[in-house]
Design a protein around this ligand. Structure first.
Ligand SMILES: *Cc1c(COP(=O)(O)O)cnc(C)c1O
Length: 389
């Protein structure tokens, strides 16, 4: 398989790389070598494809959102990652990395999780392949996503609460990395997005690009005008963007504007951040003048991260994709609109992508827009019910 980006040192232009503690370098080297070998090995690739088909339920459908299209005057196609096993795109990556852990002879995997989706996906893949699994999760998120915490327990994973910092996703990643430094001989760290030190951003993109590859086939030779996806760390977005990059469609990533960019309470790392280093990679992030990383805010736990994958930083810098944002309020309205017009309750994360289309509907009139519906909203129902007056 041809691998054009990143370069040898894991750089996407000036972004990416490997800013990791000394103790992790051998494990990162081992992982990069194991992945490169596996991705070139037809037995590994065949098994991966078979598990995606028979266990995950791929290919996920491409859904013509007729009533929503009529309402907005924009033709909208939904890539239904919400129909993948466990309810989001995260499983594509979790299956691939747990297979790699098995092949590297590591009996234990760890993961961080925000919304709980990546924790559930990793616990699910670990159960399927018979590996031990511990999941780091911020206490605030444990509270927001109680159902997913329970699901992980049922799947045999242990959920380890993280109380440092804001007790959300960034802190869970930091704790998982600390665990990995101590246990690297027996443990693989299944990172949940296209973030972290090389080879993670590249490897996770390779596991997620199946989304865009399937969509290309399902479109049967036609091209959408625009492709829209929400961006937390950026894995569902890169997964649908990557196979289309350079083929014509505009690529639009939608970050969380939270309470509004001006409020300072948001998760728009590209839109309102600056270049810096977080979790082992150079990318755009939310930081103060001294380089202290700021807390992100979003109504959706999955977009509540102050950094973004380095390949998105590269896409933004080079104009390959553009990055917009939608507020909590806009996402809530879009969630309701999609639910009522299509009978699909989306997760709060992809509701941000729909929200951008709603806001831009006039400018998008007559165009065909492919949206990555990255996950289903079941996990958010309890949170939404609590908000009702
Ligand atoms: C985790 C999650 C996201 C955000 O992660 P990305 O890496 O940006 O894709 C988006 N949507 C859903 C449904 C998620 O579970």
């Amino acid at each position: 398989m041809k691998l054009k980006r990143p370069d040898e040192s894991g750089r996407f232009g000036e972004f990416g790389g490997r800013f990791a503690p000394e103790t992790l370098i051998p494990a990162l080297d081992q992982l990069a070598a194991a992945f490169e070998k596996a991705w070139d090995d037809e037995h590994f690739v065949d098994e991966y494809r078979r598990v995606l088909r028979d266990f995950v339920g791929r290919p996920t459908p491409l859904h013509e959102a007729t009533r929503l299209s009529e309402r907005l005057g924009v033709r909208i196609l939904l890539k239904r990652e919400d129909l993948a096993h466990t309810g989001a795109h995260k499983i594509n990556n979790a299956v691939g990395q747990v297979m790699l852990a098995r092949d590297m002879g590591k009996p234990r995997v760890i993961a961080e999780t925000g919304a709980g989706q990546h924790g559930v996906a990793t616990a699910t893949a670990a159960a399927y392949f018979g590996l031990e699994c511990d999941v780091y999760m911020g206490e605030v998120d444990i509270e927001r996503q109680a159902l997913n915490v329970h699901r992980m327990g049922m799947l045999g994973a242990e959920v380890i609460p993280v109380t440092s910092g804001a007790a959300t996703l960034k802190d869970a990643v930091s704790e998982a990395m600390r665990d990995w430094v101590r246990t690297v001989e027996t443990t693989h760290y299944v990172i949940g997005s296209v973030v972290g030190p090389h080879p993670f951003p590249w490897m996770v993109r390779e596991f997620q690009k199946v989304i865009g590859e399937e969509a290309l086939v399902q479109l049967g030779g036609t091209m959408p005008d625009d492709i829209v996806a929400c961006v937390g760390g950026g894995s569902n977005a890169i997964g649908i963007f990557y196979p289309f990059a350079g083929l014509g469609p505009r690529l639009i990533g939608v970050e969380a504007a939270g309470l509004g960019i001006a409020s300072g309470r948001h998760g728009a790392s590209i839109g309102a951040g600056t270049p810096g280093i977080l979790h082992g990679t150079k990318t755009y992030l939310l930081q103060d003048a001294e380089g202290q990383v700021l807390e992100a805010h979003s109504i959706s736990a999955g977009l509540d991260y102050p950094g973004v994958g380095p390949e998105h930083a590269f896409f933004a810098e080079t104009g390959i994709a553009r990055y917009e944002s939608a507020t909590d309020e806009e996402a809530l309205a879009a969630l309701e609109l999609l639910t009522r017009t299509e009978g699909i309750i989306p997760a709060l994360e992809p509701a941000h992508a729909i929200a951008w289309i709603v806001r831009e509907a006039e400018a998008l009139a007559g165009r065909t827009v492919l949206v990555n519906l990255s996950g289903r909203g079941d996990k958010d129902v309890e949170q939404l019910a609590r908000m009702e007056p």
